[in-house]
Design a protein around this ligand. Structure first.
Ligand code: FMN
Length: 196
């Protein structure tokens, strides 16, 4: 795309983006995104502002064949945290959240010459672009974390050394429309640097 004039109908795209809301795993059914659609959404994630192009975000697709392993890790975490057997089984069941499940990790490099908060902003921007791309492709999704995301055993299983596990994005086809919410008021975040 060479200029703004070549862009798609901005109003249509924006109105659609303004209807993105997180949709929890209980309201997600098959099909999930194809491998090609996930790659496209990952490309959108890579278009987020990223100082020095450090690419601090990692998206780890959990194949169905490994969900049982993830469930065992979740159950083990719950038991180590002192939860009951029933609660541990409930935690394990979260490994089957969504027809597609993608772990989100960050690689924050203290020596990169970019302050950590700027790298975290790049991770957040990547998440937002990823979620928006999935929404434009017709999928619902929700980012979920919880205390288990900070568990060293779960982190070691899903991440490379030096990466921080943020959580999991459950993705699928929405079975219900996102709950209608009031319009966001841009004046809550947008202001002029006016003289007082
Ligand atoms: C990094 C991160 C972790 C989150 N973890 C949880 C979580 O564990 N449980 C939860 O209910 N919402 C969690 N959320 C919030 C939801 O993903 C979602 O953003 C929130 O419900 C607002 O919905 P919306 O995206 O439609 O505005 C998390 C969001 C982020 C960015």
């Amino acid at each position: 795309m060479d200029s703004a004039q070549d862009g798609p109908d901005a109003e249509t795209v924006l109105q659609h983006l303004l209807r993105r809301h997180s949709i929890g795993p209980r309201q997600l059914s098959a099909p999930g995104p194809t491998r090609g659609e996930l790659r496209l959404a990952a490309r959108a994630a890579m278009r987020a502002p990223d100082h020095k192009r450090l690419s601090p975000v990692r998206l780890v697709e959990i194949p169905d064949a490994r969900r049982a392993e993830l469930a065992a890790l979740f159950e083990d975490f719950a038991r180590r945290s002192g939860r009951s057997a029933v609660e541990a089984k409930e935690e394990a069941a979260r490994a089957w959240n969504g027809p597609a499940l993608v772990a989100l990790a960050a690689r924050i490099d203290a020596e990169a010459g970019v302050p950590p908060h700027e790298q975290w902003i790049a991770v957040g921007g990547a998440l937002a672009n990823f979620m928006n791309a999935l929404h434009l492709l017709g999928y619902g999704a929700k980012m979920l974390s919880g205390r288990k995301a900070a568990d060293p055993r779960i982190t070691a299983a899903l991440c490379e050394p030096g990466e921080t596990l943020v959580g999991w994005i459950a993705i699928g086809t929405p079975t219900a429309a996102a709950k209608a919410r009031g319009e966001d008021d841009p004046d809550r975040i947008l202001r002029s640097w006016a003289r007082s």
